[in-house]
Design a protein around this ligand. Structure first.
Ligand SMILES: [Zn+2]
Ligand SMILES: [Zn+2]
Length: 484
């Protein structure tokens, strides 16, 4: 890391240290926030168009060529310097504007999910049969983050703010761990604070961690034989998978609380009357602490080795993905939360209300009521169970995020209802709210270097003195073909 002391970000405007520890905003804070909101509203049509274009494209992880190109083109048109194909990923990019410190980054994702194509409809209706869909709202994530970066750029250009704004185009969040390869390549190293957001069915900016995650495919190689005529001549690769799974399931009793171990058998042989020559099982291990994930993974490898030994088969494995748990930052979350409260929730017009009511009837046991999209959830730190490649970023840069109500309350990501809402004006309202909160938070940080110093101090204490970033996925190359 370039900077290590919490006060290294304070701009010294006089020669005595006492005076220097008080940071003065360069302009009236509220006035700047109003300007940012006005420019996001002014550009709303263009931001929505970007979101809709990416929604239509629905490109899968590492295949987001058109989505990435569109965002890069918008950044260039707005005067950003764009570095493309970073971290050996063709669709990853970094767009920068301004100079000097602080450097504030905003993340933007744009990959879709396979098989979830859906029209903006109250019924399950594929847009393209068997096609992909933006079921995680990453079309909004990209366009909303870009709108925030562009608004900040304007205020740097007119001299109201000083520093650097970076918009990070981060591909393949859905299982491709794009940000991990970017983190490993060092593109986040000089950033002071990173901001991000995610579409959801509610508005929230509380500090929230995630589970760290490591996944691998274990492959067993046996000896094929006729299962009836000469089974004694064969050694079953499927037996090895079953033996491994049995041991892994026994292991569950002896793992720390909050661990998650899940697997699918991806290949188990072709026909019952042939002793399987090849079998493969795909495992994920999750826990709130990345160090525990690595320990559990090492134990899982032992079960695979033992299974191979006992069944006289051969085993190899490939680490497919790995991401750290998100390290929350209360200082940054508090600022983000205050701005979210100022911006407020999402109010539907009559058409949106009707659409939402009809879509709501299709939800299975919704845990939130329509109308809650207008409220902001209270500021309560929590631990999430899913995983995100934002985790690795948060251990390299103090990071905070928020969610806004782009989906129908009570609905979940990775469902057709999320795709339907994500292409509607409801989602656009939530997206523009997120843009405003991101821009206001970035501006507040740029105007108050002492807040950045406090956030970094908290972050350094939480990481611990001995922390050294080692990616859970090791030195493997980005799996650019994983969705092909
Ligand atoms: Zn997702
Ligand atoms: Zn997502």
């Amino acid at each position: 890391m370039k900077k290590s002391t919490p006060f290294s970000h304070i701009k010294f405007s006089c020669c005595t240290l006492l005076c220097c520890l008080v940071a003065f905003p360069t302009s009236n804070a509220n006035e700047v926030k109003n300007k940012l909101q006005a420019s996001i509203d002014r550009d709303a049509e263009e931001s929505i168009e970007i979101a809709q274009t990416i929604w239509d494209l629905a490109e899968l992880g590492y295949q987001e060529f058109e989505s990435s190109k569109l965002l890069q083109q918008k950044a260039k048109e707005a005067g950003f310097t764009v570095e493309t194909a970073v971290a050996d990923i063709p669709t990853a990019f970094v767009a920068s504007y301004g100079s000097g410190q602080p450097i504030i980054g905003i993340l933007g994702e744009f990959d879709a999910l396979p098989g979830l194509s859906q029209k903006v409809s109250q019924h399950r209706e594929a847009h393209i049969k068997g096609g992909a869909g933006h079921a995680c709202g990453h079309n909004l994530f990209a366009a909303g983050s870009w709108a925030a970066a562009k608004a900040i750029k304007e205020q740097i250009a007119n001299g109201t703010l000083s520093g650097t704004i970076r918009f990070y185009g981060t591909p393949a969040e859905e299982g491709g761990a794009g940000k991990v390869y970017m983190a490993r390549s060092g593109v986040f190293d000089d950033v002071d604070v990173m901001l991000h957001w995610h579409p959801a069915g509610f508005n929230d900016a509380s500090p929230r961690s995630t589970n760290a995650n490591k996944g691998a495919k274990f492959r067993f190689h046996g000896i094929p034989a006729h299962a009836a005529l000469s089974p004694e001549k064969g050694r079953s690769a499927l037996d090895a998978v079953e033996a491994m799974n049995f041991m892994a399931n026994l292991m569950r009793e002896h793992v720390p609380e909050s661990s998650r171990i899940h697997y699918v058998i991806t290949q188990g042989g072709e026909a019952p009357n042939v002793v399987p020559e090849f079998a493969e099982v795909f495992y994920y291990i999750r826990h709130p602490d990345f160090k525990t994930v690595q320990e559990l993974f090492d134990r899982l490898v032992l079960t695979a080795q033992a299974a191979a030994m006992g069944t006289e088969t051969k085993m190899d494995f490939e680490v497919i993905n790995g991401s750290y748990n998100i390290l929350p930052n209360t200082t940054l979350s508090q600022i983000t939360y205050n701005n979210l409260v100022e911006v407020g929730g999402v109010t539907y017009n009559a058409d949106e209300q009707k659409f939402a009511e009809e879509l709501y009837t299709t939800l299975y046991k919704p845990d939130a009521k329509l109308g809650s999209q207008e409220q902001i959830r209270p500021f309560v730190p929590s631990a999430g169970r899913a995983s995100s490649d934002v985790g690795d970023v948060s251990w390299q840069v103090p990071t905070a995020g928020l969610t806004t109500a782009c989906l129908i309350p009570g609905s979940y990501l990775h469902t057709w209802q999320a795709v339907a809402a994500g292409g509607s004006s409801i989602a656009h309202k939530g997206m523009l709210n997120a843009s405003k909160v991101l821009a206001m938070t970035a501006a507040e940080l740029m105007q108050n270097p002492d807040l950045i110093a406090a956030a970094r101090e908290e972050w350094e204490a939480d990481r611990g003195e001995d922390f050294k970033y080692v990616p859970l996925l090791g030195d493997r190359d980005p799996p650019l073909d994983y969705r092909k």
